[in-house]
Design a protein around this ligand. Structure first.
Ligand SMILES: C[C@@H](O)[C@H](N)C(=O)O
Ligand SMILES: C[C@@H](O)[C@H](N)C(=O)O
Lengths: 160, 160
């Protein structure tokens, strides 16, 4: 597969909101996002993986200025959900690799994840789309990570 | 925000591969995707949420025909990773809502998740991109879910 990775973008204006141990049943996500939508919180990445023992964790990213508002909106709805807790993380960045012709993500993922391993950057969140793979990593060391990812894909400069 | 949701797509050819309890340290994801890339497994969605107690879970989707090959490739690398387990789920589908002008996902997410709650469809995985929100749900009841999501967004017909 002839994938051409066109660039690497770094978004430093993100904060991570983790909502843990919410009941893993229909309606939970709806109530959570009803509350966020009415609080006018701008949500970028939404990631949820499989739940266990009847509860699930959901993480989403918001602009740093919205993070407190997001936390308050989530806290208000946790009781209605029947449980759970919310944690904010401000010191993260989103690094994305953008490509064309990505029929499968495995080749680009393998190069990206190897470059991040070389940069000793721990991958906290992964999310993919047709043309992009995004990861959330620590802000500390992110500039190095971007440089190493560039070299790994043979690119010249950041699209920060 | 004036988001126009243009359609709902249902991909029934997906299987879910869950890799649980892998060490949450730089290099794990790289080794995993090295193995998948060399086994020529086509990977679509990749989702990882925050780890706990030093381990993390990662889920990805593959065409149903690739699921066995994916499982074998992952199993071979788990020892090198230092732990973890792999589980296959074949009876899932990916439902995606495609929109334009999605600066924030919270409004579209709230409508989508409410429609899925109405359809009694439990959301297993969530992943977003600039123009799309995708969820993995059970195959059973998916046709109903698509119909209810259509109505919720005022659309006429599926883009199946
Ligand atoms: C956790 C949450 O996504 C739940 N499974 C729901 O469907 O709303
Ligand atoms: C779990 C895995 O993503 C790990 N955090 C890594 O960086 O490779």
């Amino acid at each position: 597969e002839d994938v051409v990775v066109r660039g690497v973008a770094l978004d430093k204006n993100q904060a991570k909101v983790m909502v843990g141990n919410i009941p893993d049943k229909p309606g939970s996500a709806a109530k959570l996002f009803d509350a966020l939508a009415s609080a006018n919180v701008i949500v970028d990445m939404i990631v949820q993986n499989l739940g266990r023992n009847g509860v699930a964790n959901m993480t989403f990213t918001v602009p740093r200025d919205d993070s407190e508002r997001a936390r308050v909106a989530v806290e208000k709805v946790l009781e209605e959900l029947g449980g759970g807790e919310v944690t904010l993380f401000g010191d993260i960045v989103k690094l994305s690799v953008v490509g064309i012709g990505m029929r499968s993500h495995s080749g680009v993922a393998s190069t990206l994840f190897s470059a991040l391993a070389e940069a000793k950057s721990n991958i906290q969140i992964i999310s993919t789309s047709e043309i992009k793979i995004s990861v959330v990593i620590d802000e500390e060391g992110a500039a190095d990570a971007v440089r190493i990812v560039h070299t790994a894909f043979g690119l010249d400069k950041a699209e920060a």
